[in-house]
Design a protein around this ligand. Structure first.
Ligand SMILES: [Zn+2]
Length: 465
């Protein structure tokens, strides 16, 4: 790819999340167009060639015993990842810079114009689907390939090189989008009539819908109402406190009839929940409404509303339905003064939408520069696996532990979204037991459960622009 100086700087900025030292001094690096000559004067340099191709030309490459796709190959194919020439130059055999930029910046989402019915980039059109590699943080692997070369080079030239990791084991970023809080809300009970007479799509079987309808009627008529299955915040907080996890709760404002939530931040019950979460050390963030993904004024209003209840400026956001327009939504979030977003997962598929298990800065293609806001990539939401992919709990567990082990390998993060409204045994038999044991396992693996704002604080202290 043709990479401008800013794009190259962008890749090197993120390389510094993993390595530092004399070996990274800028004048050591030569970036040359594919096929171009290495200048005669170059001695003791690190040489990257840039492919002239705009679209990926994937090639399988062996790295530490694994076969991995590298997105951009070079004309002059050579065995191995790199070599040192007789002038002491380190020369890489694939275009790793373009491969990193392509995935990390998300440029495929601008170039490929297909969208799903919510305006989202569909997994089906991604390079990850094409190469069957969505479950691998390829960008982390590419950085490792670069570092393996730099390591040999540094030893040969007696230069200092230090590895760095964000976490000794890995960070576990657990979050909850508070979309729905009342399973027996009268609106939902009435909606079941519509479902039964065919005016709305059924969420469950006909028999179960009838049962839930009558349960809902009884619940609303009973003056000694029991706990609503979706109002499970005490249970959530107690479980997480027992395991030493502090998670982030993203709250969604009611807007435009039924597209968003059925509550507002200042409702008495919601306000006291928000304040309790804050007092107990959890993070409260914004779950941007459908409209806020493209409407700055709208998002500003929501942030102000939340601020008035919370008492401090919320730092993080996730867009409802993972609705996202690249880079417009980032610009809006950034202009609103938010510090990080954590929307970027494929809605219908768990894995790595940007190929990376570290927080990163998005790229503004129009201005050709790195943006200030951070993205904490989302790797898994429970609905992608259980609903879109129709898998069961055992498969979800296997996948979660896989992402945890990738995070551990690189000292990065595993981020998991679990909705409070998908933790009800009335709807999903055995879900609370499963969820509890899953969190236990992740913590046993070494996951340090931190809210997004603390992960961002940790990462922004480590790398200079
Ligand atoms: Zn949502």
């Amino acid at each position: 790819m043709f990479l401008s100086e800013n794009k190259i700087r962008y890749v090197f900025f993120h390389l510094r999340q993993h390595v530092t030292g004399e070996v990274l001094e800028p004048d050591r690096f030569h970036v040359i167009e594919d096929g171009g000559p290495i200048p005669d004067t170059a001695t003791g340099k690190v040489v990257f060639f840039l492919s002239e191709k705009e679209d990926p030309t994937p090639v399988m490459t062996n790295f530490q015993g694994e076969q991995l796709p590298v997105l951009f190959e070079l004309k002059n194919k050579q065995e191995g990842l790199f070599h040192l020439d007789d002038k002491g130059n380190l020369i890489f055999h694939n275009d790793l810079l373009s491969s990193i930029f392509y995935l990390l910046s998300g440029i495929q989402e601008v170039e490929i114009t297909q969208k799903d019915r919510y305006g989202r980039f569909p997994f089906a059109f991604s390079i990850q689907k094409q190469l069957d590699c969505v479950h691998l943080p390829l960008v982390n692997y590419y950085f490792e390939m670069i570092i393996s070369g730099l390591d040999v080079f540094a030893k040969k030239n007696a230069l200092n090189l230090q590895r760095r990791r964000l976490f000794d084991d890995f960070g576990f970023f657990l979050s909850h989008d508070v979309d729905r809080v009342a399973f027996y809300h009268p609106f939902r009970v009435i909606n079941r009539i519509k479902q039964l007479i065919g005016l709305a799509p059924l969420g469950y079987s006909y028999a179960k819908t009838i049962k839930l309808f009558f349960k809902g009627i009884l619940y609303n008529l009973n003056p000694f109402q029991k706990q609503d299955p979706w109002w499970n915040f005490d249970w959530l907080m107690n479980l997480e406190k027992r395991l030493g996890i502090r998670s982030t709760f993203f709250f969604l404002k009611q807007e435009d009839r039924f597209d968003n939530s059925l509550y507002k931040f200042h409702f008495k019950k919601i306000k006291s929940l928000i304040l309790r979460l804050k007092d107990e050390g959890f993070e409260v963030g914004l779950h941007g409404t459908m409209r806020s993904a493209y409407d700055l004024e709208n998002l500003l209003r929501q942030k102000k509303d939340l601020y008035q209840v919370l008492g401090y400026q919320p730092q993080g956001i996730r867009q409802h339905y993972l609705r996202f327009f690249h880079p417009q939504t980032f610009e809006i979030q950034q202009d609103t003064g938010l510090t990080y977003d954590t929307t970027l997962a494929f809605a219908e598929q768990d894995g790595y939408r940007n190929g990376y298990c570290y927080p990163f800065h998005p790229y503004d293609f129009e201005k050709d520069q790195m943006m200030d806001i951070w993205e904490i990539p989302l790797m898994m939401m429970e609905v992608s696996v259980l609903q879109y992919r129709k898998e069961g709990f055992p498969e979800l567990r296997k996948l979660a532990l896989h992402y945890a082990s990738e995070a551990k390998r690189f000292g990065g993060i595993f981020s998991l979204l679990w909705h409070n409204c998908r933790l009800s045994n009335v709807e999903y038999h055995g879900v609370t037991d499963f969820y509890e044991s899953l969190l236990e396992e992740i913590v046993e693996e070494g996951g340090e459960g931190l809210p997004g704002e603390e992960i961002v604080k940790k990462v922004s202290g480590t790398v200079e622009k």
